[in-house]
Design a protein. Structure first.
Ligand code: NAI
Ligand code: MG
Length: 479
């Protein structure tokens, strides 16, 4: 048991045990073994972290933007230097394949770099009011920002929201998912080493209801960024209403990948496999509905099944194509959806449960459900596993109607060589991002977020800076 990590909160540049004195277990989903005991945060811990962030705010806000940027650049560089170590912990704790974990750590470094570059370039305006006035705007930080993060991209999502928040002069309190607290705390180690001022970056670990809820309800935060389920997103919005805090919500999806009859079936199959199997389907923007023209369906499915059968499912550190699902709860949820689909009349043409060579554990095979109709639950609800629902269409307008016929609207993929059709679809789709001919195209630079119940506010790119600033207009009468 000596290898079990002991984790504390990180508050005011200090390692702090839970006020309650309690801990909770953190697992390696590849083995279901306990790998860490973490501080079980509750309201008093959250209070302490918010107080530290509040105390740190004025000096951080008033620092020269280039000095804030220098620290963020240093953090980006340090993350790159230690990518192997961070990737090991991320893979171990989240079950994601090692090479993918490494890419996500490098992506996190890229967020810190991108937003470090923005720190001294996000200007206000000068507004012409005629000769008697000078008018300009200031972009001021909000203050203390709260970040409630899920387990599917543990460090990467911290980079996505904390980097722009800090760059703009806010301070941060992070509540990582209870499943995956390790890399949030490793980032704290780096920040401490690099000389970040006390209270700028704080981490409180714990369960959603015990640590996340008191953070979201806290009277002295100024904004909250949440990524996770729609159910909890609603609670966050209600909590924010109490004190009129600004909210950014990123709540998942049921995104379509739409394949037209002129597509190359091999290309369509490759893009679909990437869309649904990446991170074992535990991706908010997963392409979980294949909408395929009825004439191309057999060819695409043949290529997709062949490709899916070559994928290796296994422990994260062996760097497979698909790692395990995060938890037993998620495994049962995904398995339950496959059964629901069958009851609704869908046909399992591949997978459907654990791979035969893995009798135990949280591993789930690449799974394809054929004969899905748009109104079925497996075509409407987020499954969050490597389970693809296949639906056919006859023409463009039917494709668009099915694509938009869900409560979500996060992303959408379109595979066609017909430019006019691609652009008509892009205009018509209810989604915050549209990928044409390459699923997941884009990067840290491109704005990301949802239409409809997928949430609001945009993360990534320049756009995210608007979440973490407020505009003050100053009008001067010359006399
Ligand atoms: P969740 O929404 O319960 O958890 C996400 C984060 O919110 C975690 O840090 C959790 O501790 C926190 N949280 C939970 N309850 C809270 C509360 N009452 N107040 C404040 N914070 C709270 O998601 P969960 O249970 O892990 O997964 C359930 C489903 O949600 C998944 O199957 C998937 O469909 C969806 N999901 C979507 C994600 C996305 O990327 N958009 C990420 C994770 C889950
Ligand atoms: Mg939950």
């Amino acid at each position: 048991m000596s290898t079990v990590l002991q984790l504390s909160h990180f508050i005011d540049n200090a390692w702090v045990p839970a006020a309650s004195g309690e801990q909770f277990e953190v697992y390696d989903p590849s083995t279901e073994q306990v790998i860490a005991l973490a501080a079980r945060g509750t309201a008093p811990d959250v209070d302490k972290a918010v107080e530290a962030a509040r105390r740190a705010f004025p000096a951080w806000r008033d620092a020269k933007p280039r000095d804030r940027a220098a620290l963020l650049f240093a953090l980006a560089n340090a993350l790159r230097e230690r990518a192997a170590d961070f990737a090991h912990w991320e893979a171990l704790n989240s079950g994601k394949p090692l090479a993918r974990a490494r890419r996500e750590i490098l992506g996190t470094a890229r967020y810190f770099e991108f937003y470090a570059g923005a720190a001294d370039k996000f200007y206000g305006d000068s507004i012409p009011l005629g000769g008697d006035y000078v008018d300009f705007t200031l972009r001021e930080p909000l203050g203390v920002t709260a970040h409630i993060v899920p387990w599917n991209f543990p460090l990467n999502m911290i980079g996505r929201s904390v980097a722009p928040a800090l760059a703009m002069g806010n301070t941060a309190v992070v509540k990582p998912a209870e499943q995956t607290p390790i890399t949030a705390l490793k980032l704290a180690e780096l920040a401490l080493e690099l000389g970040f001022p006390a209270g700028v970056y704080n981490v409180v670990t714990g369960y959603g209801e015990e640590a996340g809820a008191p953070l979201s309800r806290h009277a002295d935060i100024d904004g909250i960024t949440f990524t996770g389920s729609v159910e909890v997103g609603r609670l966050i919005m209600k909590a924010a209403a109490e004190h009129i805090h600004s909210v950014v919500l990123e709540l998942g999806g049921k995104s379509p990948i739409i394949v037209f009859e002129d597509a190359d079936p091999a290309h369509a199959a490759a893009e679909t496999a990437k869309a649904i199997y990446s991170n074992s389907g535990q991706v908010c923007s997963a392409g979980s509905r294949l909408l395929v023209h009825e004439r191309l369906k057999d060819d695409v499915l043949e290529a997709l099944v062949a490709r899916s059968q070559t994928l290796r499912v296994g422990p994260a550190l062996e760097d497979p194509d698909l790692g395990p699902l995060i938890s037993r709860e998620q495994f049962e949820r995904v398995q339950g959806y496959v059964e629901t689909g069958q009851q609704e009349g869908a046909r399992v043409i591949l997978g459907g449960t654990r791979p035969p060579e893995r009798a135990r554990g949280l591993f789930f095979s690449p799974t394809i459900l054929d004969n899905v109709r748009p109104e079925m639950r497996v075509a409407q609800e987020e499954i969050f596993g490597p389970v693809l629902s296949v639906i056919t269409f006859q023409d463009e307008s039917e494709a668009l109607k099915i694509a938009n016929g869900v409560h979500y609207g996060l992303v959408a993929g379109v595979i066609t060589n017909d430019l006019g059709r691609a652009l008509r679809m892009a205009r018509g789709l209810h989604a915050g991002q549209v990928f044409i001919n390459e699923y997941f195209a884009g990067g840290e630079e491109t704005p990301f977020g949802g239409y409809k119940q997928s949430g609001f506010g945009r993360e990534k790119g320049w756009e995210a800076l608007y979440n973490y600033t407020q505009v003050k207009n100053i009008a001067i009468r010359i006399r």
